[in-house]
Design a protein around this ligand. Structure first.
Ligand code: F6P
Length: 357
């Protein structure tokens, strides 16, 4: 019986457990023995960390947030530093990983991850490891796949928050900034902002002038007395993102754009608006997946195992035209899918008078 390993790496997101459970059930039915590596790529390096995965052991996990395998978004396999930049993983690390897999007779891997993880997978393949990937990011910004699991849940969390923010903003006649996730792209901010009735949506893809925002707020406050602004964490005022921490060989820890903007608005219009800032942070990544995310996650898990069985190594599963297909891993990494001025969310927000830049 062939042994196939499953690993997830990078930030967690809702639906990961559903992918794992579905891959295990499908793999078992196809006659494979499944092994789960713990803490991402670290699990295949010394000291190896893994556990057997059986249909029995994954029963009842699909509706749970997080991942039963644990995860890290840094470590010896770190292949990603920023948008589009990938780093060569040292050859000795890749070789050690490939040798370890051989030692425990792993035939190949199902790798669930985002741009960084999949860039690592491409490099491990060069050492003879058979890989089928599953794209993972709550930001929904990977190329060639229309939907990643976790995105719908994150959007729903933001929409629920906006429904609450509106009532308090109205009661107090305030301007409230709501900072969402979205490192390089503003899909969560745009989709949730549109669904949740935000009055301004600010994202990394579109430059905006704070002076224009102030003017927009003046007009709104005169008529409606309150405003809600959704801002993606990666949105920029000027050249660089607002961040909390920058460490070598790790992606910078974003956060603070909402507060920063609030201070800039105050500096330009002292005392004109009463403002507050809410950072939604990791609640967007945790907890129960929505029905939409469960369905897509289950489909990803099943299809990844079927693609492995068909021998389609070096591919990732992609959701295209409501179907699961496979595309070369490289096609999913490197460039990101951005919000553009002809995206449905952008066009609709614009039509409705939302300040978008
Ligand atoms: O890439 C997904 C993402 O949710 C980004 O939007 C965010 O910047 C990042 O992960 C945060 O990850 P962590 O806090 O786990 O380092």
């Amino acid at each position: 019986m062939k042994r196939v390993g499953i690993l997830n790496s990078g930030g967690d997101c809702s639906g990961l457990n559903a992918v794992i459970a579905s891959a295990v059930k499908t793999g078992h039915a196809l006659g494979y023995e499944l092994v789960g590596f713990l803490k991402g790529w670290e699990g295949i390096l010394d000291p190896m960390m893994y556990r057997a995965l059986t249909p029995e052991s994954v029963r009842g996990i699909s509706h749970l947030g997080g991942t039963i395998l644990g995860t890290v978004n840094h470590g010896r396999f770190g292949a990603k530093q920023g948008a589009g930049d990938s780093r060569r993983i040292p050859a000795e690390i890749l070789k050690a990983a490939a040798d370890n897999l051989k030692k425990i007779e792993i035939d190949g891997l199902i790798v669930i991850g985002g741009d960084g993880t999949l860039s690592g997978a491409v490099q491990l393949q060069e050492h003879g490891v058979k890989i089928v990937g599953v794209p993972k990011t709550i930001d929904n910004d990977l190329m060639l796949t229309a939907r990643t699991f976790g995105f719908s849940t994150a959007v729903q969390v933001v929409v629920d928050a906006l429904d609450r923010i509106h009532t308090t903003a109205t009661s107090h006649e305030r301007v409230i900034f709501v900072e969402t996730m979205g490192r390089h792209t503003g899909w969560i901010a745009f989709r949730a902002g549109l669904a949740g009735g935000a009055h301004a949506i600010l994202v990394p893809e579109f430059e905006f002038k704070v002076a224009d925002l102030v003017e927009f707020l003046r007009q709104r406050q005169a008529m409606y007395r309150s405003s809600v602004i959704v801002v993606a964490e990666g949105a920029r005022v000027g050249a660089s993102e607002v961040y909390q921490k920058a460490e070598a060989e790790r992606e910078i820890k974003l956060g603070g754009i909402g507060n920063h903007l609030m201070n800039m608005v105050e500096a330009m219009a002292p005392g004109e608006f009463e403002m507050r800032n809410t950072v939604l942070g990791h609640i967007q990544r945790g907890g129960t997946p929505t029905a939409a995310d469960r369905v897509v996650a289950k489909a990803y898990g099943c299809e990844a195992m079927k693609a492995y069985h068909r021998g389609e190594y070096g591919t990732v599963v992609a959701y295209v035209n409501q179907h699961m297909v496979t595309v070369p891993i490289e096609a999913c990494t490197g460039a990101l899918k951005e919000v553009t001025s002809d995206s449905l969310e952008y066009v609709t927000a614009r039509d409705l008078g939302v300040f978008v830049h």
